[in-house]
Unconditional design. Structure first.
Length: 476
């Protein structure tokens, strides 16, 4: 008979307190370390059930050592580990645990093999490592020195969730606790940017279920409805300052949010609806509920979500009445008081409201920051000449991208062209402007503005402009 199910976090805590900690005190008195259950695994998030015990599950935890252990450690194995020998200390502890750990704990085997491994590979799963190496393995960086903007944006929410959930049972050095505090939640400006990105994901696909249904593609409409439901679920988790987990546990995390029963019912009904009219009705209710939650955050001027109809598509969904909200989501990032440019109306029936971003604040690579709390632009002190006479400061790659984006939004094609490589020809996605890199000696008459006259020739060829014989057309 299988043992009665006990949540993995509870087993790990009892296993540490009742077995691992006494062994460490006996064999390595004075050892400074952190003990925790973090990282991958449904039990770390508290989502495990009896089904979870069928693979990679049992008494386990991490023992994380300071990168430079203090003092000289003498174990019962006769090994003397000098100061700074983290790998040696970890090896000695692992060997001791291999020898002294019991065969089972609370009815579960202490030694087990992982998925895809032969049974003979069974071993105990008390992982011993230096803290710095383990943090870099899990996150890709060491947050003890702070998290840069690139660290925040490059780290999947699943990894952040794995590190900030779970449980720390002991932390004598305190470094693990401080690192978890650093990554407990996004800095405010990064949070706003992530919310803006998530709103725009919804905005970009919101019209598509209706368009698919109009074309007779009910399957496509249903698939897109499910995608929108997923993005709304992630958005709600972000609004509640929860890192969204990966797909297996997204629904579980979403349904556990407080006051979520109505939204769960609407999204479930939208996904299971048999036709678009029913699907649309439940999606509209979901959009309105999420928009109201956004209003309560106070990040943008409040908008009143209300159904809006359109003559261009057979659907009706949540749209704002009155002027669009002032976009505050990227004001800190872009160093302005907030964007006042109205959001471009969509051609479909649904203009999502409220929008955490507008067109001129569409999510784009952010400028680099020097602190974890803000997106401070790097100092740019050394000017470099550009062949057109336009001068840019010496910029990092991220600053170049920011300048590229700003020039495109302003439709300043001379400045935009000065940023392009010599062999690049840019074609605008809608207006079809063609811009090539300016060469030494280019004058205003031969700059990008004149070059746009060749759009027809370049458009027919698709790859190059015959009169100018310039490079590759980049089509977005």
């Amino acid at each position: 008979m299988p043992p009665a199910f006990v949540p993995g976090l509870e087993i790990a805590g009892d296993f540490y307190a009742g077995v691992v900690r006494p062994l460490l005190a006996d064999e390595f008195p004075g050892l400074r370390y952190a003990a925790a259950l973090l990282g991958p695994g449904s039990e770390v998030a508290g989502f495990d059930t009896q089904r979870s015990t069928d693979h990679d599950w049992g008494p386990r935890l991490q023992l994380l050592l300071p990168d430079e252990p203090s003092g000289t450690l003498t174990g019962s194995l006769g090994d003397i580990r000098a100061v700074g020998d983290t790998a040696g200390v970890a090896e000695a502890i692992t060997a001791m645990l291999t020898r002294r750990l019991p065969g089972s704990f609370r009815g579960y085997p202490v030694r087990f093999s992982l998925s895809g491994k032969p049974a003979r590979a069974a071993r105990h799963h008390v992982m011993v490592s230096g803290l710095g190496g383990w943090l870099t393995w899990l996150l890709g960086f060491d947050p003890r020195a702070g998290a840069t903007l690139l660290d925040w944006l490059a780290t999947p929410t699943q990894r952040l969730a794995e590190f900030t959930t779970g449980r720390v049972f002991h932390d004598d050095p305190g470094e693990l606790t401080r690192a978890r505090h650093t990554l407990a939640w996004y800095p405010d400006d990064v949070w706003r940017h992530v919310l803006a990105c998530q709103w725009q994901r919804v905005d970009q696909e919101e019209p598509f279920p209706g368009r698919c249904a109009e074309a007779g593609d009910e399957l496509g409409s249903a698939v897109l409805t499910a995608r929108l439901a997923r993005d709304l679920m992630r958005l709600c988790l972000l609004m509640n300052r929860r890192y969204p987990p990966y797909s297996k546990w997204l629904g579980t995390a979403f349904t556990r949010l407080p006051g979520n029963a109505g939204l769960v019912a609407d999204l479930t009904a939208a996904i299971s609806a048999r036709g678009y009219q029913e699907r649309e009705r439940h999606l509209t209710r979901a959009y309105q509920a999420v928009a109201e939650r956004h209003n309560r955050l106070g990040l943008t001027a409040p908008s009143t979500p209300a159904p809006a109809s359109s003559t261009t598509a057979p659907s009706r969904s949540s749209a704002a009445r009155g002027s669009p909200p002032r976009c505050a989501s990227r004001s800190a990032i872009r160093g302005s008081a907030g964007c006042r440019r109205p959001a471009r109306p969509t051609s479909s029936s649904t203009a999502l409201t409220p929008r955490a971003t507008c067109d001129c604040c569409a999510p784009a690579p952010l400028p680099p920051c020097e602190t974890a709390a803000g997106a401070t632009r790097q100092a740019m002190t050394t000017a470099r000449p550009v062949k057109t006479g336009i001068s840019f400061p010496m910029m990092s790659a991220h600053d170049v991208v920011a300048e590229y984006w700003a020039a495109a939004e302003a439709r300043d094609w001379d400045r935009f062209g000065a940023l392009l490589a010599d062999d690049v020809l840019y074609r605008g996605p809608q207006a079809r402007e063609l811009v090539r890199a300016l060469q030494s000696g280019d004058s205003g008459s031969r700059g990008p503005t004149a070059f746009r006259d060749h759009r027809d020739q370049a458009g027919r060829g698709g790859l190059a402009c015959g009169p100018c014989d310039r490079g590759v057309v980049t089509a977005w």
